[in-house]
Design a protein around this ligand. Structure first.
Ligand code: URA
Length: 407
């Protein structure tokens, strides 16, 4: 039976929901082996899935675990997701802005696997900050301060978790139907009413070209419509890292700087856009009106206060966040104009410094990371400092290939 289902997909036939359930739930229950599921996932990567197969798979992922009950929160609950990128610390900025505008944010986030940490790793780099909250703690905190960021409970879409770990080691992460059902199942099981999704495209992202990003966008919206959840999207560039700081503690410090009003540029602009979409959906007002509120709360310090309140409530001590690492500078080896900062190369460097994990068991060094000192378009003189590196590993192990293009 399992072999028939794999052959059917390999031969480009459409599968029924029952067939998908048999193989996927069989995998969750250890009846289907890793090698069988690997072959099946590769057949999906090559032969794609129809819309009805994608809806069925999303449903199977959702029903493999619990659905969060957020009925204790009044009003519209809006969630945010990013498909993941280098230096993407927008959740740390957007969540307090949105909460300060009166839209509750209850966000379940993940740890990173790959070159850099996830939101939970970044938060955990703040001394003392607690990321594993119980449902009772989530409810109390949401009611009292309107913002919670906690790690995803193991009971939320457990099948997606198991499949994602296998995709990661079988070169099947970039299948668009698998990405769409993976993201949407977690958001729907998390029980948000409305969802904003930041789709990253570029060399440092899962999706490398605009055509794939557009296909993912259309699928996310279709799945949302199927579950009567409004989905709005942003497609953003990931050929370059987002912002100047990469690495867990350094990203928290940059997020704090944005909230203090000290940072301009792409990171601020994207954060404002995502926050406005969330506020617009949560308050059912236009995005232009939402943008006014968002900017106001950034300027009057309410968003910063909300961030500090949130960190304190979850037992974090932001004042003792210090970088404990050796410092090295990367200097320009020629004079010219900075044409490119390669996101993928920065990601590989950051992993070689200890800021990311290669396998789930690896420990992250929260101190490790990079601060990029120049922007694209800047005039560079030979010997100028392009970036500062923070690490506790031996400098012979750095991966410095093809990061800055100067011509
Ligand atoms: N993010 C997810 O949650 N799942 C994917 O498959 C890709 C990005």
């Amino acid at each position: 039976m399992i072999l028939d289902i794999i052959s059917k997909k390999a031969n480009k036939y459409e599968l029924t929901k029952e067939e998908l359930e048999t193989i996927f739930m069989g995998y969750l229950n250890n009846k289907v082996k890793d090698y069988q599921m690997s072959a099946f996932l590769m057949a999906i990567c090559i032969n794609d899935m129809s819309d009805s197969e994608i809806f069925a798979l999303t449903d199977i992922f959702i029903n493999s675990g619990d659905i969060l009950d957020l009925s204790f929160i009044d009003g519209i609950k809006v969630d945010k997701h990013s498909t993941g990128g280098v230096g993407d610390k927008t959740t740390l900025i957007v969540a307090p802005i949105v909460a300060s505008c009166g839209v509750p944010v209850i966000k379940m986030s993940g740890r990173g696997l790959g070159y850099t940490g996830g939101t939970i790793d970044k938060l955990e780099s703040i001394p003392g900050l607690k990321v594993d909250l119980t449902l009772e703690e989530i409810e109390k905190q949401a009611k009292e301060i309107g913002i919670v960021i906690t790690s995803q409970t193991k009971d939320l879409a457990p099948l997606d978790k198991k499949i994602y770990a296998l995709r990661d080691v079988t070169a099947t992460t970039n299948s668009i139907p698998l990405i769409a059902s993976s993201i949407m199942s977690k958001k729907i099981a998390g029980n948000a009413d409305k969802i904003v999704i930041d789709i990253k495209v570029g060399n440092g992202a899962l999706l490398k070209n605009m055509e794939d990003a557009k296909r993912l966008e259309s699928l996310l919206i279709k799945i949302g419509t199927y579950y009567q959840k409004e989905v709005r999207t942003v497609i953003s560039n990931m050929d370059r890292p987002l912002g100047h700081n990469i690495g867990n503690k350094l990203e928290v410090l940059e997020a704090l700087d944005v909230l203090k009003g000290n940072v301009k540029g792409e990171l601020l602009d994207l954060s404002l856009e995502l926050a406005s979409k969330m506020v617009s959906m949560g308050k059912e007002i236009s995005e232009a009106d939402a943008m006014k509120e968002v900017k106001e709360n950034l300027e009057n310090g309410k968003a910063l206060d909300k961030f500090l309140e949130f960190v304190k409530y979850q037992y974090g001590d932001i004042d003792s966040l210090n970088i404990d690492a050796k410092v090295y500078n990367i200097k320009a080896n020629k004079t010219g104009v900075l044409k490119d900062i390669n996101a993928l190369s920065i990601a590989k460097l950051s992993e070689s410094l200890g800021a990311g994990r290669k396998s789930k068991e690896d420990k992250i060094d929260y101190n490790a990371g990079i601060i990029i000192k120049k922007d694209i378009g800047d005039e560079i003189k030979e010997g100028d400092i392009l970036a500062t590196i923070y690490t506790n590993v031996d400098n012979k192990k750095f991966n410095l290939e093809r990061i800055f293009e100067i011509s």
